[in-house]
Structure formats: C-alpha cells, structure tokens
Ligand binder design. Structure first.
Ligand code: OAD
Length: 238
C-alpha cells in the first residue's frame, strides 16, 4: 500500500454490506431481503410476466426506503480517496449512496433503483421522481415502465466494461459483498495476480484462487475509514 503513488487506479467492488450501516438490508444474512422475499416472486423476468404489480410494489418499497437513508462513513471515505487516487467504484448495489457520498465515477452492475426503463425499448431509461412508479405510467412509445435493475436470469450489460476496469486496477478494494453472485463475483479474477486485493467484510469469504489477498474483518464504516485515512497519511509522508 505504501507503494501506491498519487494517480494510481483504485477499483472498488462493493455490495450490500457497504450500505447496511445506512439502514438498508443485505440479501443473504439473517433478516436479509431474500429471507423476507422469495427472489423468484420479485426479481426475475418470470415474476414480472406473472404479476408485474407485485414486482413494481417490491421495488417501490425499496425506493421509498432509499429516499429515507443517507450515505455512511464507508461511502464518504471511499469518495475521499479521489483526493489522491483515480477511483472507480463498481457496485452491485442498486442504491445511489456512493454517488450521494461523493463518489464521481460509479458503475452500477445490477442497475439503479432510482431509474425506470421502457418494456418496449430498453434504451429508454428515465429518472424516477420520488419513490413510486405505477403500472399506468408509460414511456414515450406507450410501453409500461419496469425497474431499471438486473433480475436473476437476465444478462448483466455492464459486465464487460466492469471487467476491463478491473483489469486496469493497481489495487482492488472489495467492500461488503458475499462474492456469491456471478458474474459479479468473477470480476476479482480479472485483475492480474500481482494486484493487491483488500477485502473489508465482517463475514467469512471464499477467496480461493486469489493471491495477494488481505481480509480486514470489520464493518464497512470502521474498516474503510481506517484504511483510507492510512492510505492518505502514507501519501502525505511521501
Ligand atoms: P449479500 O447479502 O450476499 O452479502 C452481504 C455481505 O455484506 C456479506 O458478505 C456480509 O458479511 C457483509 N456485511 C454485513 N454487514 C456488513 C457491514 N456492516 N459492513 C461490511 N460488510 C457487511 O449481498 P451482495 O454480495 O451485495 O443482486 O449480493 C450480491 C447480489 O445478490 C445483489 O446485488 C443482488 C443480490 O441478489 C440482484 O438483485 C441481481
């Protein structure tokens, strides 16, 4: 870490854990979203075809909750890294807490909760004003609007762009993800094997096949803050 020079490229891979201390539930832990909701009822194309209202209601509730929470220290300190380094955040999260925390370069692998998309023409993407999208709302071509998120069974359109970003990393910082959903979890293996990988996550993670890994078993707010302060301090000390 001491070898990192100003302008080095840090790629952050984040997951639900980074937003947990803001008050948003993760997916796979006790009381996680996928314990309370059946993923096949709310987050698949089949669910949408069967009962779009149920799906719309699920994402409306997520969006309503998102408007009530704020970025935490993990989001804010990740943004602070931009003072010295070139930083790209590749997130699996559909929330906008990295952006609201000050990060200026965020790639959303699984889409964005605060946007909706035409079911007739996927190039038509709209900002959602407030939290609610109704089944009566239409795109300019007359199509129903669906959440602008990636559902299980769908392609991840940003995966190639994300892989190329990871390949350009001088340091990978992985925060708050169980690394259990592909293709996102496979991104770690895109980095060259001499690139240091720092994981910040209080849980157990499967890091087999990775070299040069350092796991900080802390919550995101504590782990990210301490690490970023240390990295910025090293830069001052030259
Ligand atoms: P998971 O719920 O699978 O994992 C959350 C991770 O956050 C776990 O590794 C926890 O140990 C960790 N964690 C818990 N509290 C934390 C804290 N305070 N600070 C830091 N880490 C903490 O969530 P993801 O890995 O993000 O996809 O899940 C990936 C994808 O699965 C999501 O994007 C979503 C979901 O199904 C779609 O909806 C397509």
């Amino acid at each position: 870490m001491r070898n990192l020079r100003p302008g080095c490229r840090i790629v952050v891979l984040s997951g639900a854990g980074v937003s947990k201390e803001s008050g948003l539930a993760t997916f796979r832990e006790n009381n996680g979203l996928w314990e309370e909701h059946d993923v096949y009822e709310v987050a698949t194309p089949e669910a949408w075809n069967r009962d779009p209202e149920v799906v719309q209601r699920f994402y409306n509730a997520r969006r309503k909750q998102l408007l009530e929470v704020f970025p935490n220290d993990a989001h804010k300190y990740l943004a602070k890294l931009e003072e010295v380094f070139e930083v790209v955040v590749v997130t699996q999260n559909v929330d906008d807490l990295h952006e609201r925390g000050g990060s200026s370069n965020v790639v959303h692998l699984h889409g964005e909760l605060r946007k909706s998309r035409s079911t007739l023409d996927e190039s038509l993407v709209y900002d959602v004003d407030g939290w609610e999208v109704t089944m009566e709302e239409r795109c300019e071509k007359g199509g129903v609007l669906r959440p602008h998120v990636v559902w299980f069974g769908e392609m991840v359109p940003m995966i190639e762009a994300a892989a190329s970003i990871v390949r350009s990393a001088d340091l990978l910082l992985v925060v708050g993800t169980s690394l259990s959903v592909y293709p996102a979890a496979g991104l770690l293996h895109e980095a060259s094997s001499d690139v240091p990988v720092i994981l910040i996550d209080p849980g157990e993670l499967n890091t087999s096949g990775l070299r040069n890994v350092h796991h900080i078993r802390e919550k995101a707010t504590v782990g990210v803050k301490n690490l970023v302060l240390k990295m910025l301090e090293y830069q001052k000390d030259g």
